[in-house]
Design a protein around this ligand. Structure first.
Ligand code: NAD
Ligand code: DAU
Length: 352
């Protein structure tokens, strides 16, 4: 394997931390630079086990700051970029769309400009990998899957901002010949996910005997993939994906929200020694999310057939491992929900 200097953005977040760990551990000859602003969703605790490795480097910074991004690229001759940094929560995008425009669109364009400038003599052997979401394709009814060729039809400010960033990535390839690759993945679950997203929020609420707010009738369908399988797919796409191509990533694992929630309730009852059915009593139907997409379902045949990737875990095993991780890491949950870690970063980085 040749030496490479790779910039991973958003590496302190949920998926990014698993990608950073995989690259740092599996490619000791690579230099991995993790660029992260450390928003509420970024947590360096997620990377404690790799922070002292000699091929890992952390850079605190904001991709919206073009001057900072350009200087970083001028200082480091990056061979590749794996871009995950984003505002990622649909509910927050409904409250504050502009934060999503800034990070997801402007931040992505800043990175594209910096890569274009840095690789202007030759882009041979370089790669800009943009990590995106299945939500850009919109909402499905019963039947059918999202293919790589499905027309974009984003329905929330979050998915519109991700769709915008995907369009810019393709436009930079078409206009400036920037070597790019894109993947669009379904819902991830697993360790280190911020407890604002369905699965960790509900695990945390069950543990604390708090209500479980189910949007609408709980009939929306999501297609769940274990986060480490997404990280493995990102590894495969980065190394083997064809320049200019898009790959859909998913586990062919659709669940109606309410059915998934009941699985979690029953598993938690068993693990916490509660009477079976106790946690289901916490289910509370609440006002639906505005513009709530009904169903996502990814057809992942292209990445499976062309690049040989497939999920390593069945959902039953993945959800068990996930619940076990949160129960074994209750301090992590308490810290991120209490904001202790944000105070820690403020004091650590205030004068840097
Ligand atoms: P996350 O919210 O857990 O993490 C995002 C990370 O980006 C955080 O560490 C945060 O500090 C950092 N960040 C945010 N704004 C930044 C900025 N302006 N500059 C630098 N860093 C910044 O997100 P996630 O769930 O890990 O998602 C990662 C990527 O994968 C996103 O691009 C998301 O759209 C995409 N994705 C997520 C899922 C999912 O189910 N979570 C599925 C498909 C695709
Ligand atoms: O499909 C990929 C996307 O999956 C990613 O691009 C996003 O970054 C990620 O956040 C996720 O988006 P969702 O909106 O599908 O995830 P969330 O966990 O917020 O919600 C999952 C489903 O559960 C959705 O139908 C809304 C519902 N829900 C969610 C929350 C937080 C509830 O019913 N109650 C809740 O409290």
């Amino acid at each position: 394997m040749t030496k490479q200097k790779i910039l991973i953005t958003g590496g302190a977040g949920f998926i990014g931390s698993h990608v950073v760990r995989l690259f740092v551990n599996n490619y000791s000859e690579y230099e991995i630079y993790n660029l992260d602003k450390l928003t509420y969703a970024g947590n360096l605790e997620n990377l404690k086990d790799v922070e002292s490795k000699s091929n890992y480097h952390f850079v605190k910074g904001d991709i919206v700051d073009a001057g900072f991004v350009n200087t970083l690229f001028a200082e480091h001759d990056f061979d590749g970029v794996i871009h995950l940094a984003a505002e990622s929560h649909v509910d927050r995008s409904i409250e504050s769309p502009m934060d999503f425009v800034m990070t997801n669109v402007v931040g992505t364009v800043n990175l594209l400009n910096a890569a274009k400038h840095s690789w202007k003599k030759t882009a041979a052997g370089k790669r800009f990998y943009h990590v995106s979401t299945d939500e850009v394709y919109g909402s499905l009814h019963e039947g059918g899957f999202f293919l790589e060729t499905t027309p974009y039809d984003p329905q929330s400010p979050y998915s519109a901002s991700k769709a915008g960033s995907d369009h810019f990535v393709r436009a930079y390839r078409n206009t400036y010949k920037l070597p790019v690759v894109i993947s669009n993945c379904s819902n991830n679950y697993g360790p280190n996910q911020f407890p604002e997203k369905l699965i960790p929020l509900f695990i945390n609420n069950i543990r604390n005997k708090k209500p479980l707010p189910v949007y609408g009738k709980g009939e929306n369908v999501r297609d769940w993939l274990y986060v480490i399988d997404h990280a493995r797919a990102i590894d495969v796409v980065y190394h083997k994906g064809k320049e200019g191509e898009t790959y859909n990533i998913g586990g062919f694992n659709e669940w109606k929200n309410i059915d998934l929630i009941k699985v979690i309730c029953r598993a938690m009852d068993k693990k916490l020694g509660r009477a079976i059915g106790e946690s289901e009593q916490l289910i509370t139907y609440v006002t639906d999310r505005a513009g709530h997409d009904l169903r996502y379902a990814i057809d992942a045949n292209k990445i499976m057939n062309e690049l040989g990737w497939k999920p390593s875990l069945q959902f039953e095993e993945g959800i068990e491992k996930t619940i076990d991780w949160y129960l074994a890491n209750q301090q992590w949950l308490d810290d991120v929900t209490s904001g202790n870690y944000l105070r820690y970063y403020e004091s650590m980085y205030a004068n840097r």
